[in-house]
Design a protein around this ligand. Structure first.
Ligand code: NDP
Length: 288
């Protein structure tokens, strides 16, 4: 932390690598002299692995107003808010954003899915498209509900372990919030190697790219003019986007825009101001 107490933080462990302070500083600079960003000061907060609650309590006591939450604390944050959740955080089962309510308590939101959707929509419509979601971990859980609300004609969730894909799909079909009951098209699940059919949008939410590994999917899963989207990002082409290129896919996008998009959602939640992601994304790309 800096010597001046921040009003907003990103909490994680490790956290030194996080680009969130730069992203939020650039957002705030888009609104010079606006009262909503007066005193807006954003910093990193390293919490001990077993000390999330104590770290947030100390931050709040010192005047903290909101936080982004990253690895490995998204589920701790979900428990921390004791049910004070937006429906999308409830659906995701994880919290990546904390915001102070007027009663002095934090509530939890999850902006990852919205960040993904806003970035996807920069490249393709989702309505009436066939979507393949690869992976069934935390990122997929945050993405599935928001994806479904965009009215695709089909979503297939494919995962290395089938039972996790099935659990994820069941949670969307049979959950008890309003959003969960919203049924559009059909949603199915299958393991990666058995994927049949062609998809207009293929999203990689597995962490295989992080390990430099390719996925056992057929080239034919990509429909003509498909969008291949990897939630992972980096300076070099990711293994999944290399697979897509070799399959002839021209529209290939990494997850940097999702990162900036989820930050924009959080910034708007805190300040009521919608920042322009475009210049920030460009700056981030140059920093990779
Ligand atoms: P999790 O650990 O929760 O889930 C990992 C998923 O990847 C599981 O479905 C797992 O399958 C699958 N997987 C792991 N290794 C392999 C492999 N070698 N082959 C096939 N499948 C594999 O991770 P998250 O969901 O939190 O994150 C996933 C990815 O999304 C990461 O790359 C992360 O960086 C990225 N991400 C990007 C964000 C952004 O803003 N751009 C935001 C959040 C995440 P199984 O169930 O069989 O183990």
């Amino acid at each position: 932390m800096t010597t001046t107490q921040p009003t907003y933080v990103v909490i994680g462990n490790p956290i030194a690598h996080s680009k969130s302070p730069q992203i939020h500083a650039l957002f705030a600079a888009q609104f010079p002299n606006h009262s909503a960003v007066e005193g807006f000061l954003y910093d990193r907060l390293l919490a001990p692995l077993d000390g999330f609650t104590a770290a947030v309590d100390a931050f709040a006591a010192a005047g903290g107003r909101g936080a982004n939450v990253t690895v490995p604390f998204k589920e701790d944050a979900f428990r921390f808010v004791e049910g004070r959740l937006t429906s999308r955080a409830s659906l995701a089962g994880a919290v990546n954003t904390l915001a102070l309510r007027s009663d002095g308590l934090f509530y939890g939101d999850n902006t990852d899915g919205a960040g993904l959707i806003s970035d996807l929509l920069r490249y393709s419509e989702i309505k009436q498209k066939k979507v393949l979601l690869l992976g069934a971990g935390g990122a997929a859980r945050g993405a599935l509900g928001p994806l479904k609300r965009e009215n695709p004609s089909l979503i297939v969730v494919a995962n290395r372990s089938l039972h996790k894909a099935e659990l994820l799909v069941q949670s969307i079909k049979f959950g008890n919030s309003t959003e969960l009951q919203y049924q559009v098209g059909s949603v199915g699940s299958m393991p990666l190697a058995e994927i049949q059919g062609q998809f207009d949008i293929v999203i990689n939410s597995t962490s295989a790219s992080l390990a430099g590994e390719r996925l056992p999917i057929k080239k034919s899963v990509f429909a003509p003019n498909a969008l291949a989207y990897d939630m992972m990002y980096g300076k070099a082409e990711t293994p999944f986007l290399a697979q897509a290129r070799e399959a002839g896919v021209e529209l290939r996008v990494d997850g940097l825009g999702m990162l900036v998009g989820q930050a924009a959602e959080a910034f708007e939640l805190w300040t009521g101001l919608r920042p322009d992601v475009e210049p920030v994304l460009q700056w981030m790309r140059e920093q990779l």
